[in-house]
Ligand binder design. Sequence first.
Ligand code: SIN
Length: 528
Amino acid sequence: MSNDIHSSDFLVIGTGLAGLLFAIKAAEHGKVTVLTKRTIMETATSMAQGGIAAVITDEDCFEKHIEDTMRVGDGLCHRSVVEEFVTAGPKIIGELVQMGVDFCKVEKGDEYELGLEGGHCERRVLHVKDHTGLDIQKAVVSTAKATSNITILEHHMAVNLVIHQDRVRGSYVLDVKSGEVKRFVAKATILATGGAGKVFLYTSNPEHATGDGIAMAYRVGATITNMEFCQFHPTLLYHHKIRSFLISEALRGEGAVLLGPDGKRFMDKYHEDAELAPRDVVARAIDNEMKRTGADHVWLDISFKNPEFVKDRFPAIYEECMKGGIDITKEPIPVVPAMHYVCGGIKTDTHGRTDVKGLYAVGETAGTGFHGANRMASNSLLEAAVLGHNAAEAVKETLEWDLDASLIAPWDPGEATDPDELVIITHMWDEIRRLMANYVGIVRSHKRLIRARNRIGFIQKEINQFYWDFMITPDLIELRNIAIVAELIIKMARMRKESRGAHYNIDYPEKSSQKVDTILKKSLVPID
Ligand code: SIN
């Protein structure tokens, strides 16, 4: 067998909570290869601050968590999915604890210390101070590394899925260090590539959140759903040196207030729950205040709380802000809304199955119907863990399938030469991100979406030319993916003739009486 071919039962692309939990569980049934384009710790999971929502106390109950999720999802959550994921919460928490996640407990007690975030009617957010995601990532990484049957390869970037006779058979993968494109063959391929924050100018996501899984799945004909619901987190740190640093919603859960440039609170004008209103409401209110006053940010203030409490509860935020010269125990924090989470994604069932045979998606990459039109805070780690777990059950159905590597041709670079004008790639990246921020951001309009659609069509043509003429590089792969994700967001935003959840269009400000998901696949061209 040629040494550019790697075979395993299951190929996982991405190393966040969903991908690694899948790998840990699936390794009981077969050999798993896990790829990441960077290093194993560089994931959105690692950056999650707030925590993971689950019903843990006697005051809370599944019905309340289900109702909160449905209400925040603004009519588009799939009830049966919400019920399944919410009720799986306590068991998943138990598993994470067994893997070593030490969620905070109340002082001198055995009960968990639970956080409150927007949309939740009860305190139900389990957390490890304000670095919950990092601790969860460390726990799943060390468990995966200690599990036999799992091979983890860093700096390996998926280029294209391989499809043969209507079944995904694995992926072509760029070995980033050697520059070689290899064939990774598998019975089941699991996309766990996280979100696509880099499609916008400002994002809380990691540098490499370029929607790779969503773009690859779309290219092989998988159905994509609800991509117009781009969730903007209301409070990203606004600082000229510190980029992509989130100021957790948990601060507002502990009483922090939003202030306009005049130093006055404004959220009570927008929603009865003020700072704890659903995220879409808070993000739009901030956007409106910034546009109204011409300010380039607003303020988040927690300085009136006991400094020792603030430092103990939010050590990572305290330290990062101090690095930027802001003492959050003494002064308000400058913040802006930023792209945070893709509520839609590759359409899957609750076990990560897509509508393409052999292809599964988990975590933020998947659109299960759990989040509806707007994800409730701290529900994403819950979904990631439950989907990872469920998908590992589902892929047992592929174990009897053949694994014939000879069906897959070696990568053909054609006439490609080394790209000599990298500035073109940088320019197109920048153009897409600005275009999305200006035309497809928090508040959209019919005219701006049409402009965006025209521009992205033009940029796509240039990228395709570049793609076939030059040797592929990580930047080119990401650019090609980000352009597809931008196209999907724009097209689906055009399809939705209403305002709902995270999608707001000034030309269709009302909510339609029909509650429908948008879906798009390559063979379905939307009517303009
Ligand atoms: C946050 O800590 O504010 C983010 C939590 C989330 O997005 O679920």
